[in-house]
Design a protein around this ligand. Structure first.
Ligand code: HEM
Length: 154
């Protein structure tokens, strides 16, 4: 049996009749999202690494509870980190969805895997967003010896 492989640049011959599918093309939107979020993630991830490791005196040795507390006191870093979290989780889980759709052929198993991906993405985004905007390194009403040394005793 012989098969003819067309040149990769050959225009796709669309079927003459409509396939009957209507509405927005979500797969195409997901494909565009992967590329757009990839570009934004390069800026966010390398900006994050550069600030923490290159521009902070002391480099990685200086990253401790107080350093994170200081960053989360600044709305710029709160938004930087939360957008990086959302995009990384949505990008990673949409990528995993594609891989599962490609390789998991048993319908029941495919649904379980997709459900697990969606639920873990939801939990990571919900908890990460909550902690980013509510983090308080010096909460009131806590015994002084449980607080880090930089908190003034209240
Ligand atoms: C520097 C930042 C990143 C860039 C530029 C980037 C870029 C891309 C691009 C363009 C694709 C689509 C590939 C295709 O459709 O053939 C992709 C797929 C994927 N990405 Fe990323 N990505 C980045 C970060 C991440 C992160 C942080 C994760 C995980 C949390 C991740 C997980 C995935 C997965 C699982 C896929 C699907 C792979 C596949 O379809 O075979 N990526 N990435």
């Amino acid at each position: 049996m012989t098969a003819t492989v067309e040149s990769p640049r050959t225009p796709y011959a669309y079927p003459a009749r409509s396939t009957g599918r209507r509405g927005p093309n979500l797969e195409k939107a997901g494909w565009i999202f992967m590329r757009a979020s990839g570009v934004v993630l390069v800026v966010l991830i390398f900006g994050h690494l550069a600030y923490n490791l290159l521009f902070t005196p002391g480099g990685i040795q200086a990253i401790d509870f107080g350093f994170i507390g200081g960053k989360f006191a600044n709305p710029l870093w709160q938004w930087w980190d939360v957008v990086m979290l959302w995009l990384a989780v949505l990008h990673g889980s949409n990528g995993m969805r594609t891989i599962v759709n490609d390789y998991v052929h048993r319908e029941g198993l495919r649904r379980i895997a997709l459900g697990a991906i969606a639920s873990s993405a939801f939990i990571l985004i919900a908890l990460g967003t909550l902690i980013t905007f509510t983090f308080d390194p010096c909460p009131t009403g806590v015994e002084a010896e449980l607080l880090p040394s930089f908190c003034a005793t209240r």
